[in-house]
Design a protein around this ligand. Sequence first.
Ligand code: SAH
Ligand code: MG
Length: 973
Amino acid sequence: METEGASSVTVRKTTCSPKAIIHQKFGSNACYKTEEVHESAQNGCPGLAFVQKGPCLYRCTLQLPEITVVSGIFKKKKDAEQSAAELALEKLNIDPAAKSSSLPETWDDLVSRVKYLFSDEFLSSLHPLSGHFRAALQREGHLSGLIPACAIAVFDVTLGNLCKSIDPKVESNPFLIISHVMRAAARLSGFIASSEGELWIRRKNPYPPEIIELSSIQQNPNNPEIIVSSSIQQSGFPEIFMVEAVSIPCSLEKTVERVILNLTSSGYFLDVIAKQLGLLEAADLMISRPIGKASSETRMYFAAPKKYLLDIYSDLLNPKEVCSFGGTLNARASYLSGQDIYGDAILATIGYTWRSKDLFYEEVSVKSYYRMLIGKTPRGLYRLSRGAILAAELPLAFSTNAKWKGSFPREMLCTFCRQHRLSQPIFSTLSSLEESSGSSQSHKKLRVTELAVKDTQHANGCAVATVAKESMESGGSFRCEVKVFSKFQDLILECSPKDSFKKQSDAIQNSSLKVLLWLDVYFRDPNVPLETLKASADGLDIRFEAPNFIEAFMLCQPLHNVLHNEIEEGKLVYANSVNVPYALPGHEIRSLNIEGPDSGVSPSNGSLSCVSYSVSLVAEGEHIKELLESSDDFEFEIASGAVNPHLESVLMQMYVGQSACFSMDLPPRELIFAAADDSARMLSILSSKTCCLEYTITLLRVTEPLEDRMEQALFSPPLSKQRVEYAVQSIKESCATTLVDFGCGSGSLLDSLLNYPTSLEKIAGIDLSQKSLTRAAKILNSKLNSNSDADISCTALKSAILYDGSVTNFDSRLCGFDIGTCLEVIEHMQEDQAHLFGNVALSYFRPKILIVSTPNYEYNVILQKATLSTSEDELDERSESQSCKFRNHDHKFEWTRAQFNSWATELATRHNYSVEFSGVGGSGDEPGFASQIAVFRRRTVPQEDYPEDLSDSEQHYQVIWEWSSSDRSRSAL
Ligand code: SAH
Ligand code: MG
């Protein structure tokens, strides 16, 4: 990774640096202040701050009479100063001509660089440009030895940097280098020749034969006129290489298509590309900067407009005039390359390298073009990293390293910034461990934390949760702030989430992801109103500088219009909400079919699911089905937004081992083409038929969340079983006839109750998870209706019922039951809701007995220690448990014994109940049971009446399933 801004300060060997120019102009009125970027470095607490490139970084503020500028972050003080000076020059719009006249030495450097390029020595060197010199000597006829000026401008970095220091406008318009090269060539008229009206340069004296030999170019023995490179000379006949490239027409009506370049061992590849574009020769070409990685040889080639040629010369005659060329902007090519491209373009990966004298090339397919295109957006980057363009989605939250699949958010954010020519993001983390250590220097940060806590209180009214979490922290926690700057160090956005993590790296990933999610809102629709952008920024703890943001992403607008054009008008609608993948109206699942046995294991929120899947393009009503994408092993976290939501909603209905097939409307076309190998065929199908996407998935396995794994591994019988047994025991002892299970989940308690003879006549369950209720209904239904009746013969059971509803809502049908159970439910609600439930249960439902269980936070240490063993799987778990404070990601809190005690005691007192504490899992000695249990008993009040107004009218629950012994079966499923 390059240090941001480094490119603009690489060439500072000349005496007239930006700082020198500032000095000439402002003298002592220029005031530089350099600061170390991190306070941490000053207050001696390294580790407080984290910056990607190491701890010692500098930023410089330059004050001038009219303006103040702030540099980016640099490793060296002097680079920061130069950068500030450079920015100031730019802001002051200091005339480049005036500047160049004040830079005679840089000009001399440029001229001598050009001279060197035409030297004997350079021809035989290994340099990306020297290959062009050797190839040019092989050009036939009058073109022999002619070097296109654009090749010199593009392939010699040293020369490019010299031009930048002469004229900062080169940074935004690299084509200006050509005019500088031509001007330098004009100064060397004794040595090299150029021709008016054309953009080539040639050395006047021929190279000595021994130099040509040294550069491993030899005369072709059959034809002394033709010179071929030794490496491809074996047969004596020129070889032909067919290289796949992509043509990107300027007109949006025309599709992006594959072209084949016939490169020959005896020809110059730029001539071949020029011909493909309908041009005469290489010197008529323009070449873009590399696309993607800086080291890549993937570039756009396009015609240098004639007007531009003229401008070059007017620029030569009148150096003050800045040339810009006309022509029609090629929106697709410009977006991809990040610079203005005019007319039709060709995208190809061909060039000489530092490693070999042979020409290097790689195929560029239409598919790779679309992959580059989608790879410029955050979600596209993620989809590519997962190799799942039609299945993966950028997840909505970062939980842990173990659960995150594909490229990590921070890595993607860095790539994104590089691709969009922004500075690398700056991360700073705060540690609350240091904050609470009480040193005087950390005062400021401590205050920051407190503020954050207050904010949360305001935001959701559950102060206790936040405070409790903070105070429960044992190992310290990290928060991370990210800033993104433009190439010119203008702040684009900053993200400072309040979320804290045990691991510094998790905090960084979390903040990076938020930035990516927000950027993605814009990329799905660059026409999104500023208000919408602001609203989603607020939700993600982001603040952005609208003008800088808009300027940085200006080129995305035409792209969006391109996509609109490519996909038939009006069909594509980008959604503004974060978690809709490609929202076409009526984008829904059709003809869903699930097959296979019911294994009873199904995905739950937070678990990792592994599927195999394939997606095909299907022409409706025809026998055409083309495979687009498939995977044998695609794993992701359920309910994290990591897959196409349609796919996930189908998956939630499946059991391990089952397969499903369904179809869906088409996503935006760039996704199809990015997945498809044969784009031409896809295009022909798409344009002639009505198509849909067909998904086939098999659910291979589900890895339960940590809690379940821990509970099963560490307790025998498993903790969940122990809880149920505890409840069954209490129920038996109570001789209750009616029971309600609050938050019954999949009905494990109700189901177990049917295995024992009890006095229960009526049982009810309530939950708000449709999925769990469906499963509970299935289980109970089959058990109660089983013919043998063995299970229930010895019970007095008359009715069973399942309700869909929230236990914090009252429903009169559950009033006055003998016993209520609420096992491992309250920690799944916000704390204020848990208090609400307690009040509703004891004041309205008023069961004689209420049994409530919840995890004991103090026991987690033991669970975590016990899971530290040798296998790799468990190491995974370990890192997971370290970053997840709680046993399960869905837990909103976990209480210590003291916290649980105070909740229960206060409730009991208020509602005239007694309460006793016990638990299951472990001996109950320090630090208490694994699951803590409170048993509330209603104090006997003779003839207690329920208030009149709580009568039958209060029915907020919906019956999901019902059974009664008289009619034996009735299903309301
Ligand atoms: N009691 C079951 C399930 C525990 S999991 C057992 O011990 O196996 C927690 C359950 O609480 C989930 O099924 C969840 O859907 C349910 N739940 C969470 N908040 C709820 C609420 N407000 N009302 C009803 N159910 C709730
Ligand atoms: Mg739980």
